[in-house]
Design a protein around this ligand. Structure first.
Ligand SMILES: Nc1ncnc2c1ncn2[C@@H]1O[C@H](COP(=O)(O)OP(=O)(O)O)[C@@H](O)[C@H]1O
Ligand SMILES: [Mg+2]
Length: 296
């Protein structure tokens, strides 16, 4: 592994817990001292991000991000391109370890355990926290092999056909593919490929599924199917979705986090709350400017 995650929170001096929100945001505003993100109503978060910083080499991409993600809900990360949404998402399952020269500081606790502390196996983290990417990326293998892949690697001892069927049903794809499980996953339409990738992700029974703009390569009908599917999956899984489509965030998510990069290009969390509140009565004027389409 090329990752150079060197620091963990324990090794570093304590910092003040307060979050600083840059006054140099790209939006012209007097930037009033924003209240810290309100998340006291999430007493038992499945993920708790505490004062998290991330650097790519010398460039600081994230600063002081603190966020509690509730169980079995859909949390959306929104914000203009380049504000660090994908970086933050990849930090939640240590996918950033695969990128050279990445350093982090702070903590991300999953079910109470800091996944950046020494001794944590990133492969196990990624089993518990699956990921679905922007561009559907089925393996050049059969539909069946795609879904069975992770289970096989993990030495699954149960009935693999049953597992494949269950995952495909959960991903709302079974009816369309049950007669052609040995066809290549690449022969499916874009929307079907994305549901196949979701089936592959949930076949290993993760607790959390991270989705990075999962619909941006899809047409409106395929997008709608994935959005419906996300609502169903949220009964069993915690979903964190990055989307640049604000209507999508408003439609599917329970909570929304708005991020913004300042002139220094460093991404920070500006506001976080119930989706309804963020889109109706944002507390920060930068959030309001963004959701009303004044920039981004
Ligand atoms: N692998 C990388 N190496 C160096 N810089 C990166 C890398 N990935 C992203 N960045 C930079 O980090 C910032 C945040 O990027 P990203 O997380 O992709 O933003 P978003 O998903 O919100 O568009 C950007 O300035 C981007 O150029
Ligand atoms: Mg991105």
């Amino acid at each position: 592994m090329v990752g150079t995650i060197r620091e963990s929170a324990q090794l570093l001096p304590q910092r003040a817990p307060a979050m600083t929100i840059g006054t140099r945001a790209t939006v012209p505003s007097p930037a009033p001292a924003a209240e810290p993100p309100i998340d006291v109503d999430i007493p038992d978060p499945i993920v708790e991000i505490r004062d998290f910083d991330l650097w790519y080499g010398d460039f600081q991409a994230l600063e002081g991000v603190s966020l509690r993600i509730p169980r079995n809900q859909i949390t959306a990360l929104i914000g203009p391109s380049g504000c660090g949404k994908s970086t933050l998402l990849r930090s939640i399952n240590r996918m950033n370890d695969l990128i050279p020269f990445v350093r982090v500081r702070g903590e991300i606790a999953v079910d109470g355990r800091n996944i950046y502390e020494p001794g944590v196996d990133p492969v196990e983290v990624r089993r518990v926290i699956g990921m679905v990417f922007q561009k559907p990326n089925p393996f050049p293998k059969s539909i069946h092999q795609n879904v069975a892949f992770g289970a096989r690697i993990n030495g699954y001892r149960g009935d693999i056909d049953e597992l494949v069927e269950r995952a495909l049903r959960q991903a709302a794809l079974w009816d369309e593919v049950s007669q052609k499980l040995s066809d290549s996953g690449l022969a499916l339409s874009g929307g079907q490929q994305q549901r196949l990738c979701i089936a592959r992700a949930i076949a290993v029974s993760p607790d959390i599924v991270l989705m990075d703009e999962p619909c941006s390569a899809l047409d409106p009908i395929a997008t709608q199917r994935i959005e419906d599917l996300m609502r169903e999956l949220a009964e069993d899984y915690t979903i964190v979705i990055v989307t640049h489509n604000m209507q999508q965030a408003a439609r599917v998510s329970d909570r929304t986090a708005f991020m913004l990069a300042g002139d220094d290009r460093t991404g920070r969390l500006v506001e976080y709350g119930p989706t309804e509140q963020i889109f109706s009565t944002p507390r920060d004027e930068r959030t309001e400017a963004y959701i009303t389409g004044r920039f981004g």
